[in-house]
Design a protein around this ligand. Structure first.
Ligand code: AMP
Length: 395
């Protein structure tokens, strides 16, 4: 790796405080950037996003440079127009990241991206922080895979080390007979792979932590996450877990944020199995499972991210009300819009307040994330009852 491409730790350019009135540049112009811009513009910041799609979700509420994510000229233009740069996805091209570090102020650095873009590097960093992950083995050949299966057993999960999301780039190995097929299907030999022991979890939870350049850390309460077809469906908060487990999850997220020198947000996804927590993966950005914070916490994850990268004191993270966040995919948009135009008898009866967020995406494709609803309620059961009564999310 050339010197220019060496990942840079956060703060290596020195800490700066970026005051309102300044412009925040975002690599990526999706819903996460949009919600970041909404939260930050309330504080008085301006935003400009780089995204290849015309009229992208963030571009509708901020300035936009329309160009590919790895277009270095466009990234240079973003640097010129911004006082500080952040990103809303982790697969930032290493060359672009290095260039931005050079030409602009990137308080998050590029080292965290370098770590979280690669499952093995990420697992090693988590372990080095003293936090457990599911037992795993690196797989570079079919022989490695045979050895790994012998060690970790079946079922186990074979994953590509880079590029997977929402369950893509994964194969659940149920028997040794599938070894050759799974290796081939995931591009083994060409792609680096990792085999993980299958964790028979009781629940998936996640914690969003924020860290400022001065080292202040704040965590939000864990969300209990329910996936459907590998896509997040619900985040239930408070999670239905003992307080001690919730505190432990927050402590692990804090430890990771500190050990990895995070600036901004880090989302920590965990499995809870028989009282034991294992980290599944990290995301160095606002996370879908943190959308519940928007109305349910003193500070939203988006405002917290802006505060952290701008070196402002972090906001309070207390939960103000129980909440269930439910994702709105392409197929849910039409029934949701229909319902929004009518008096919501069920909401009234159950005493819930559904707060709708739509991202301004043009095409409501099947399974595409189009928005979410934060269902505020006196208890999470009432919020879940509303979600089930609406029939919008019927299977
Ligand atoms: P990931 O892309 O790593 O977040 O995985 C997507 C989903 O697959 C997770 O949310 C889990 O539901 C499931 N999964 C991934 N890894 C494991 C594992 N080691 N054991 C059990 N389930 C897993």
């Amino acid at each position: 790796m050339s010197e220019a491409h060496k990942p840079q730790a956060a703060n290596s350019a020195g800490t700066q405080t970026i005051l309102p009135g300044s412009t925040i540049g975002i690599l990526g112009g999706g819903q996460l950037g949009r919600m970041m811009a909404h939260a930050g513009s309330r504080l008085g910041y301006r935003f400009v996003a780089l995204d290849p799609t015309e009229d992208a979700p963030t571009g509708q509420v901020a300035g936009q440079i329309v160009a590919a994510y790895d277009d270095r000229e466009a990234a240079r233009e973003l640097a010129k127009r911004s006082d500080v740069i952040t990103y809303e996805f982790e697969n930032v091209d290493a060359g672009v990241a290095a260039m931005l570090m050079e030409e602009s102020y990137v308080p998050q650095g590029s080292e965290l991206l370098y770590t979280t873009q690669h499952r093995l590097r990420e697992k090693r960093a988590i372990e080095a922080a003293g936090v457990p992950v599911a037992p795993y083995a690196a797989v570079n050949s079919e022989a490695d895979l045979r050895e790994a299966v012998a060690k970790l057993g079946v079922p186990s999960v074979l994953k590509t080390v880079t590029g997977g999301y929402d369950g893509k780039g994964q194969w659940v190995l149920r028997s040794e007979d599938e070894i050759a097929e799974a290796f081939e299907a995931l591009g083994g030999g060409k792609m680096e792979l990792v085999l993980e022991q299958f964790i028979r979890f009781d629940m998936e939870i996640s914690v969003i932590a924020a860290r400022s350049p001065q080292g202040e850390v704040a965590t939000f309460l864990p969300a209990e996450n329910v996936h459907v077809d590998n896509i997040l469906h619900l985040s239930i908060v408070p999670a239905r877990i003992p307080d001690a487990v919730a505190s432990e999850a927050e402590a692990l997220a804090r430890r990771i944020a500190e050990a990895l020198g995070v600036v901004g947000l880090i989302a920590v996804e965990l499995f809870l199995a028989g009282g034991q927590l294992y980290v599944n993966e990290l995301a160095p950005r606002p996370h879908n499972s943190g959308h519940y914070t928007m109305e349910a916490c003193r500070t939203s994850q988006f405002e917290q991210h802006v505060r952290a990268i701008c070196n402002l004191p972090l906001g309070g993270t207390e939960l103000l009300t129980p909440v269930v966040m439910v994702n709105v995919l392409g197929e849910h948009v039409a029934p949701l819009l229909e319902r929004m135009a009518e008096h919501d008898e069920a909401a009234e009866r159950l005493g819930v307040e559904p707060k709708v967020h739509l991202y301004g995406k043009h095409e409501a494709k099947h399974k595409r994330k189009m928005g979410h609803v934060n269902v505020l309620a006196a208890d999470t059961e009432s919020a879940l009852a509303w979600i089930s009564e609406t029939n919008i999310w019927r299977a």
